[in-house]
Design a binder for this molecule. Structure first.
Ligand SMILES: [Zn+2]
Length: 69
């Protein structure tokens, strides 16, 4: 039995706090990969092994972007 259903996961950039949604799925080839923040270019996640992460997009939480006027 192989689990092929992708699961949505959220990771936040530890540097600027931007949140990203990615699809987690089983990886069949062990390959070191990483995803960098599109805002500050810091590494949000590095992974290797049983799971792969794809379809990175910004999570729709922009409260912290609101300017305090
Ligand atoms: Zn960032």
């Amino acid at each position: 039995m192989t689990e092929t259903i992708a699961k949505k996961v959220i990771y936040a950039c530890t540097k600027c706090g931007e949140a990203y949604v990615a699809l987690q799925s089983r990886a069949f080839v062990k390959q070191a990969k990483s995803f960098r923040c599109r805002l500050c270019d810091d590494v949000v996640l590095r992974w290797i092994g049983d799971y792969d992460f794809s379809d990175w997009e910004r999570a729709l939480t922009r409260q912290h972007m609101n300017a305090h006027t």
